[in-house]
Design a binder for this molecule. Structure first.
Ligand code: GTP
Ligand code: MG
Ligand code: ZN
Length: 350
């Protein structure tokens, strides 16, 4: 539960983070939220501390701070102490040949997966976004825009709702404030939302409607001008309903990396079916007693959906394998360095 008495709640602070602080932490550190990440520092803000702090170095990619993170900052020295455990985390395989993980955004509560009531509506793409949301531990909400341009918004809502049991779907005209108000339950004080969706579906329009300004379009242009890989700009914006909107270029480039669990969530029915095949390692390619084949043959499993699942799972396996390989290489290198240092210092008799 959010402590309304605390101005920190306005930045998204909640019991989840509060419970990570010891009495000693409280005496010495202030919690602050990361608003922007620069090469040489982090822009942070909190109830009684705001400014730029040096980046936090870690021996592992995930120890670094990203946008949306909560940090403890030493009230006297201004030095960052540690990143608090995250509620959720978006990450992706970094650009280039190396396959390091790049952190995109932390502590997002809700992901608005935006698509329109027209030919942009694409089940495979939506499933991909759903898997990313589930993998990041973020609640997905499908937002169907351009409801005003179709005669049949209900058929789009029905198709979206079928993607996953219990999935939340909203359908609206993104330009209309009274309709965007349907999204209020996820936009209130203490809440952090992010948006994904292809070009032209109305993300900027919706952001403008939800923030009551034109900051969204401006922020995007600034980011593009500075280059996507250097800075992320100021990426957290205040929503009219009191919450925060996270808008970073990284969100637009999300790929599946280590999203295995997210995929299994979205396709839980297929995973359950595969669990009833006679052989535990069934490849569903013609083994006897294969429940997946049987379901495809009797029409209870849609072959197109099964094909989309296989494609996502293959892509994920490929990304994850490359990732683990790189992590193992880095570990080996670290051990080698330690060994060499030890030998050296040993010889000198230290
Ligand atoms: N009629 C109608 N037009 C909309 C709606 N949402 C967006 N539009 C229009 O669709 C066009 C594209 O909207 P944007 O908000 O720029 O789309 P975007 O998702 O930000 O696109 P990118 O920035 O390229 O990723 C604009 O002309 C909007 O006015 C809607 O719900 N109804
Ligand atoms: Mg836009
Ligand atoms: Zn099988």
């Amino acid at each position: 539960m959010i402590n309304r008495a605390s101005p920190l709640a306005d930045y998204g602070w909640s019991q989840f983070f509060q419970s990570q602080l010891s009495v000693a932490d409280l005496a010495r550190f202030s919690p602050v939220r990361v608003f922007a990440v620069h090469r040489n520092g982090l822009d942070v803000a909190g109830a009684d501390y705001s400014g730029r702090v040096p980046p936090l170095a870690g021996d592992d990619d995930e120890a670094e701070a990203t946008i949306g993170d909560w940090l403890l900052v030493d009230r006297d020295s201004g030095a960052p102490e540690r990143v608090l455990q995250r509620k959720s985390l978006f990450k992706r395989k970094a650009a280039g040949t190396g396959r390091r993980v790049q952190l995109i955004a932390a502590n997002v509560d809700t992901l608005f997966i935006v698509t329109s009531c027209n030919q942009d509506f694409n089940v495979a793409r939506l499933e991909r976004y759903l898997a990313l949301a589930r993998e990041a531990d973020v609640t997905p909400v499908i937002v169907l825009t351009k409801a005003d341009l179709t005669d049949d918004p209900r058929s789009f809502v029905a198709r979206a709702a079928r993607l996953m049991p219990g999935l939340l779907v909203e359908c609206l005209d993104a330009r209309a404030a009274d309709e965007a108000a349907h999204l209020k339950p996820w936009c209130g004080a203490g809440e952090t939302v992010a948006l994904v969706g292809s070009s032209g579906v109305g993300k900027s329009t919706l952001i403008n409607t939800l923030t009551g300004g034109d900051i969204a379009t401006r922020a995007i242009r600034e980011d593009d001008a500075h280059g996507r890989h250097t800075t992320t700009g100021r990426a957290l914006h205040r929503l009219k309903a009191g919450g925060l909107l996270m808008d970073t270029p990284g969100m637009r480039e999300l790929q599946l990396a280590d999203a295995g669990e997210g995929i299994e969530d979205v396709f839980a029915d297929i995973v359950a079916l595969a669990g009833t095949c006679r052989f535990a390692d069934c490849s569903h390619e013609g083994e006897p007693g294969c429940a997946v084949r049987a379901a495809l043959e009797d029409g209870t499993l849609d072959p197109a959906r099964y094909a989309r699942y296989r494609k996502l799972a293959r892509e994920d396996a490929h990304n994850s394998a490359a990732l683990h390989e790189r992590r193992a290489r880095e570990r080996d290198f670290g051990r080698m360095v330690k060994r060499v240092l030890k030998e050296k210092t040993g010889r000198k008799g230290y």
